[in-house]
Write a protein that binds this ligand. Structure first.
Ligand code: UT7
Length: 326
């Protein structure tokens, strides 16, 4: 018994924002952004679009693809929820008229892989029969336009998968989840929670935007990305050569290049779309997965390795044996 992925969907903010656009209000330039991050453009939300609307958009496509009207659980991985309460998943469920449970999960950019692993576990214990596993972010509203490290890399988007129980061999072969709380401070939104509630002072000090120690995060990311992939492959008893498609978190092209070199993963088997989407945090892996499948890069029987890392500092990877036909 295991889970099968039966539907996929993706969405992004409806405004295309180029590097030149960013450089018109932040002290940066197209050449720096392209060469240091691999990003050419990203999507930002327009009026009326939120994390929940992006999530619902991707979820609608995934449900249609799976030919399902409902699921037992709507799980939204996000670090940019529409409201602190209720969950973004609650808003999504309401918008789509779904039943079952609804839950948000915050493991930052690793969130969708975490959510996939946990929902799959719940299906395998028969607590659920099906789930919508969504990663959705509206990063544009938590960016500090005076911080050129973060302002240039993030974007808004969402990706979703429907998973269902199968009595046969499941798609999810192995996964690895981890976090190092001793370096939790490396990426944070300092205010707006119980530790430092919103006040005039927190707004004036710009403490509601994301603060990232870019260089340190870069260093940790390159290590954990490689380690988590190796652990998942070892658990499944397969080697890098067996992997047909690798979908890494799209944080920085230099992190991806470093990781694939260390892993011995050929470039042509690695999915990269950071040039068009930027870093969409929890949405990055499911967007890239959906796009790779839509573009015919994944065949039935392929081993597909996905990996994320981000605030927490968290990391996660999973290996699928693909069964969704084109
Ligand atoms: O999603 C998961 C978590 N996030 C990540 O994985 C992000 C990890 N970190 C990174 O991707 C990179 O550290 C950044 C893209 C954030 C920054 O790139 P970097 O190569 O680490 O830049 P740096 O801080 O080492 O700065 C290098 C130079 C500096 O100039 P000097 O001192 O050498 O003259 C910076 O002032 O680049 C300058 N710089 C910029 N210049 C133009 C830094 N940011 C910018 C910018 N535009 N946006």
């Amino acid at each position: 018994m295991g889970i099968r992925i039966t539907g996929l969907g993706k969405s992004a903010g409806s405004r295309v924002v180029t590097n030149e656009d960013i450089a018109s209000f932040v002290d940066t330039n197209d050449e720096w952004i392209r060469t240091r991050t691999g990003i050419s453009q990203r999507y930002f939300t327009a009026e009326g679009e939120t994390t929940a609307t992006l999530a619902a958009d991707a979820a609608r496509q995934a449900l249609k693809h799976a030919e399902r009207e409902d699921v037992d659980m709507t799980a939204v991985a996000t670090m940019t929820p529409d409201t602190p309460c209720p969950s973004t998943a609650g808003w999504v469920q309401g918008e789509l008229g779904l039943g079952g449970g609804a839950i948000d999960l915050n493991a930052a950019c690793s969130g969708w892989v975490y959510s996939m692993a946990l929902c799959a576990g719940a299906i395998e214990t028969r607590a659920l029969e099906s789930a919508l596993v969504i990663g959705a972010e509206r990063f544009s509203y938590i960016l500090d336009w005076e911080d050129r490290q973060t302002a240039v890399i993030f974007g808004d988007g969402s990706g979703a998968a429907v998973i269902e129980r199968t009595e046969g061999r499941g798609d999810l072969l192995a996964c690895d989840l981890g976090n190092d709380g001793s370096i939790a401070h490396l990426i944070q939104i300092p205010a707006g929670g119980a530790r430092l509630p919103a006040s005039i002072e927190t707004v004036e000090k710009r403490l509601h935007t994301v603060d990232m120690a870019g260089k340190e995060v870069f260093r940790v990311a390159t290590t954990v990305m490689v380690d988590t992939c190796r652990k998942t492959l070892a658990k499944a008893g397969v080697s890098v050569e067996d992997v047909a498609v690798f979908i890494p978190h799209q944080a920085n092209i230099r992190i991806i290049s470093y990781a694939i070199e260390k892993l011995g993963m050929p470039e042509e088997r690695t999915v990269v779309n950071i040039d068009r989407y930027g870093n969409t945090s929890a949405a990055s892996v499911p967007i890239a997965l959906c796009e790779a499948w839509e573009n015919g890069r994944i065949d039935e029987g392929d081993l597909v390795l996905v990996a994320g890392f981000g605030a927490g500092m968290s990391w996660a990877s999973a290996l699928f044996e693909w069964s969704l036909p084109r």
